[in-house]
Ligand binder design. Structure first.
Ligand code: G
Ligand code: G
Ligand code: MN
Ligand code: NA
Length: 250
């Protein structure tokens, strides 16, 4: 862990971080109209380190601040070029939203890369705790004023999700993939239907994560879900692989 903490401080300079992109399918149009950028880290010898290991270390040590800005800049440069995904979503840690100057740094990246904020979404996880709520809400407002969409990630996994729905008008809510896992049983399906109704009645668009089978995709069509994501639609892939896929392949 101390080794990884040290590595994270020099990761960008040494090309140890990269991004992969997972497609987001619009079920209304049938088009891939977005991509989620996901960070990858490798050791000097090339061994990959899972995000579940390095993201918490980066958050604890503060490295997430620089890595997060690097991710945004890289995603804007790599993917927001004509003919590719119209929206790129980037995961943002609560620590970033609480850091003074974060919104200004984001604005600078948009200017540098010539990207309109409308093409960017920030995913914040509902696991985010409620301390310094007003700082977070102020930051989110600044980001929204740049046109950036704010999405609530992993909805349904934590305790804070409902509170956040009350506090903030998210553009899109991503329903956690755990709710799909038992969607082949009547009980699981009715649970999923209730969660979808709750989110939809609040006026949010819905993205369901973790689609792994054709049956699940068809169920999402039946539920008239706006967007879906998952291995059945596409796995997270390097930029080259992502770009080589036709935009309309499901
Ligand atoms: O892609 P994968 O399943 O390996 O991602 C695991 C976790 O790491 C996910 O919860 C994802 O949100 C998180 N993650 C991936 N990239 C980033 C990033 O750039 N910033 C933050 N804060 N989290 C990320
Ligand atoms: O927490 P977050 O939603 O950002 O995590 C994204 C992670 O979920 C990525 O690491 C990605 O690899 C993983 N993921 C994406 N689609 C699927 C899927 O269909 N099934 C499973 N098991 N994991 C998925
Ligand atoms: Mn996410
Ligand atoms: Na998620």
């Amino acid at each position: 862990s101390e080794h990884i903490a040290a590595l994270l401080r020099v990761a960008v300079a040494n090309d140890l971080v990269s991004l992969v992109y997972q497609p987001i399918l619009n079920l209304t149009t049938g088009e891939i109209d977005g991509a989620e950028a996901l960070m990858r880290l490798k050791l000097l010898d090339g061994t990959p380190v899972p995000p579940s290991v390095f993201i918490p270390i980066a958050e604890r040590t503060g490295s997430i601040l620089d890595l997060g800005l690097w991710t945004l800049r890289q995603a804007c440069q790599e993917i927001l070029v004509p003919g590719h995904a119209p929206v790129v979503s980037v995961n943002v840690s609560p620590i970033q939203l609480k850091t003074r100057g974060f919104a200004a740094a984001v604005a600078e990246i948009l200017i540098d890369t010539g990207v309109d904020g409308q093409h960017v979404a920030f995913e914040i996880t509902e696991g985010i705790n409620m301390d310094r709520q007003s700082d977070i809400l102020r930051c989110i407002k600044d980001l929204e004023n740049m046109g950036i969409r704010i999405w609530l990630d992993d909805f349904g996994t934590g305790f804070a999700g409902l509170s956040w729905l009350r506090l903030f008008n998210f553009d899109t809510v991503k329903i956690d993939r755990s709710f799909l896992q038992d969607s082949d049983t009547p009980k699981g399906r009715s649970m999923l239907r209730d969660i979808i109704a709750l989110v939809r009645n609040r006026g949010h668009r819905i993205l369901v994560e973790g689609i792994e089978t054709e049956e699940q995709l068809n169920l999402m069509r039946q539920f008239e879900i706006d967007h879906v994501q998952g291995f059945f639609i596409g796995r997270p892939a390097t930029l080259d692989v992502f770009k080589s896929k036709p935009l309309n392949h499901v």
